[in-house]
Design a protein around this ligand. Structure first.
Ligand code: C2E
Ligand code: CA
Ligand code: CA
Length: 316
């Protein structure tokens, strides 16, 4: 067994600080070392100060409660590489704040988790997702991201199930995407919640597979319906043989387990063709489409259907 250590240090400048302020800054610097998954020493810097104060402002804005009206979802098409048709969408949260402009979900979702408004935010966004599903053609499915806090919270998952029942939407059209970090905080609760959702007919997809822990024991212990191959591999697929081999191996693993796989972050035709050649069936990324407002996303699917039908009648 090897033991590693990490340390965060703050040098107080001329300003006056409470012990709590200093502790928070040193802790933030420590977190930066840990998030790089390395050991070492990090000093609290001016850049850290900027990130911390932005974080603080976002948390305050979330607690004010007005964000509800400013939240919406965009929809990124997921394409069947063989037929060229859209099979569904991933719903991605957007926050256009009147005060700060557009804030990235990478910033506001963690802030919502820290301030415990995530459950409320998830319910609001999911209600929008169900309204969208009611408008979309019936053969299209929708993937919705759940945060670590949601999947370990029985109350939120029960509320989501109740919303599905009330909406009359077929649960088989819904997928929840979760990351492995969600499983680490409370595996047993996550396991129970996932089993309950799957029993209702909802699919569970493991997001960002290949980064983080990528534990085969998680795949073994929890019955996932789909793995999403992380864009870090897919984006370098044509330049880096190892990325291609990893992508191919994950796609094979899914095939052997009888579960679906999706490659995310497809940005070029070469990558889309390469993925098709190694047997990946589903893909999403800027090459096909950026996340779109609902109406444009539905139009995009109709255009793909039209082009696929034209190809079929030409080849017939
Ligand atoms: P994610 O679930 O991995 O979502 C995919 C992210 O990759 C999205 O960023 C999407 O816009 C981006 N993306 C899609 N295609 C491409 C591509 O070809 N190239 C590149 N470079 N990027 C691509 P976005 O929308 O900024 O979302 C970031 C993350 O925020 C998501 O990562 C997800 O973890 C989280 N998130 C988004 N919406 C929600 C939500 O409603 N609930 C929760 N809990 N998390 C959400
Ligand atoms: Ca996702
Ligand atoms: Ca992802």
């Amino acid at each position: 067994m090897r033991v590693f250590g990490s340390c965060g240090i703050v040098y107080p400048d001329a300003g006056s600080y409470t012990a709590e302020d200093l502790y928070e800054k040193a802790d933030f610097a420590l977190y930066q070392v840990k998030s790089k998954r390395s050991s070492g020493v990090e000093f609290f810097s001016a850049d850290h100060e900027k990130i911390l104060s932005q974080r603080y402002l976002i948390e305050l804005e979330l607690q004010a409660g007005d964000f509800v009206r400013e939240l919406k979802l965009d929809y990124q098409p997921i394409v069947d590489l063989k037929s060229g048709r859209v099979v569904g969408y991933e719903a991605l949260a957007r926050w256009d704040s009147a005060r700060f402009g557009r804030i990235s979900p990478d910033a506001f979702i963690p802030a919502a988790e820290r301030t415990a408004v995530i459950g409320r935010m998830t319910r609001i966004l999911f209600a929008q997702a169900l309204e969208a599903l009611a408008i979309m053609p019936k053969h299209l499915r929708l993937s919705f991201n759940l945060s670590a806090r949601d999947i370990c919270d029985h109350e939120t998952s029960m509320a989501l199930l109740a919303k599905i029942t009330r909406s009359g939407i077929d649960p088989k059209r819904i997928e929840f995407e979760i990351t492995e970090t969600a499983l680490l905080s409370d595996f047993d609760t996550a396991d129970r919640v996932i089993s309950m959702l799957r029993a209702a007919g909802i699919w569970i997809a493991l997001d960002d597979f290949g980064t983080g822990f990528s534990s085969l024991s998680h795949i073994h212990r929890l019955a996932f319906d789909k793995l999403k191959i992380d864009k870090a591999f897919v984006m370098n697929f044509d330049r880096d043989a190892r990325c291609m081999n990893i992508t191919r191996s994950v796609a094979n693993l899914c095939q052997n387990l009888g579960i679906a796989s999706v490659a995310e972050g497809v940005e070029s035709e070469e990558i889309a063709e390469g993925l098709k050649a190694i047997g990946v069936r589903l893909a999403q990324g800027y090459y096909f489409s950026r996340p779109l407002p609902l109406e444009l996303a539905i139009e995009y699917a109709a255009r793909c259907d039209g082009a696929a039908s034209a190809r079929n009648s030409l080849s017939a």
